[in-house]
Design a protein around this ligand. Structure first.
Ligand SMILES: CC(C)(COP(=O)(O)OP(=O)(O)OC[C@H]1O[C@@H](n2cnc3c(N)ncnc32)[C@H](O)[C@@H]1OP(=O)(O)O)[C@@H](O)C(=O)NCCC(=O)NCCS
Length: 238
């Protein structure tokens, strides 16, 4: 890396906001591979509801963090670590400290039901980050995981996705259905074990895992443009 522009910039006396804008132009990261928006879809849940899955907009990230943050104190099923990491990733995306990250939201009856995110390491290799179900017992998380892999493979045309899991439910429902082991590689998430979804594996798994129809009917799309934060009714009352 050429450090000359940095040293020149740091020597600017009284640079004030110009200097911080210049530093921001060094620290900030964004998309550096072709970015296309995920085409929204509607998924029929086994419980009967319809979930709209669409890409989260930048301006709704603070609200998403607010929805996920209470789960940081829930040890059950590893919600705590997944919520903490997801909040960090969403904040990084919002503050331009995450490269090539996208986030999908699942909305049922105007309420936030699930969130998932991935990141493109480069155009060929994507990193599977997190999936969280705020509504439980409806396979929301399974569909949100499928949707982000669909986005990586089909919209963004990745060739492989590196995956890991924090929780036994995640391992059972997601890794074991989708992935092949990739030994000898440390995952971006603190060096955890790595599995991979190759393009070939994706095509094999797709008929059993990737569901939903397009386009989303206008009325349903309109009612899913924003979301309310759903009560976490599956948590035991204190
Ligand atoms: C993993 C996860 C995304 C899967 O989401 P999902 O497919 O919607 O599944 P649910 O969480 O609703 O249910 C999974 C299991 O938990 C059980 N469960 C626990 N509490 C439940 C509740 N209140 N209502 C319904 N099911 C519940 C279900 O019975 C189900 O068991 P089964 O696999 O034997 O059927 C979700 O469990 C989750 O967000 N977990 C915490 C974060 C996490 O682990 N993320 C993945 C990291 S690898």
């Amino acid at each position: 890396m050429d450090v000359k522009p940095i040293t020149r910039m740091l020597s600017v006396a009284g640079g004030g906001s110009r200097m911080s804008a210049e530093i921001e132009s060094i620290l900030g990261v964004d998309w550096d591979v072709p970015k296309k928006e995920y085409p929204p879809k509607v998924v029929l849940l086994p419980t009967g509801g319809r979930m709209v899955v669409r890409e989260a907009r930048m301006e709704e990230l603070p609200k998403l963090i607010k929805a996920v943050a209470p789960l940081i104190s829930v040890e059950r099923d590893f919600y705590d670590i997944v919520a903490a990491r997801l909040c960090g990733e969403l904040l990084a995306l919002y503050r331009h400290r995450a490269r090539n990250e996208f986030c999908l939201v699942g909305i049922v009856n105007g309420k936030l039901a699930g969130v998932s995110n991935n990141r493109a390491f480069d155009a060929k290799t994507h990193i599977s980050l997190h999936t969280i179900a705020l509504k439980r017992g409806a396979r929301v998380g399974t569909h949100m995981f499928a949707a982000k892999q669909e986005n990586s493979m089909e919209t963004l045309e990745a060739e492989e996705i590196l995956v890991t899991a924090e929780s036994p439910i995640g391992f059972r429902r997601l890794i074991s259905q989708w992935c092949e082991p990739r030994p000898g590689i440390q995952h971006e998430l603190n060096g955890a074990k790595t599995w991979v979804i190759t393009r070939e594996k994706y095509q094999k798994v797709k008929p059993q895992q990737v569901f939903g129809s397009r386009p989303v009917p206008d009325e349903l799309m309109k009612s899913s443009e924003t979301f309310e934060i759903a009560p976490l009714d599956w948590l035991p009352k204190e």
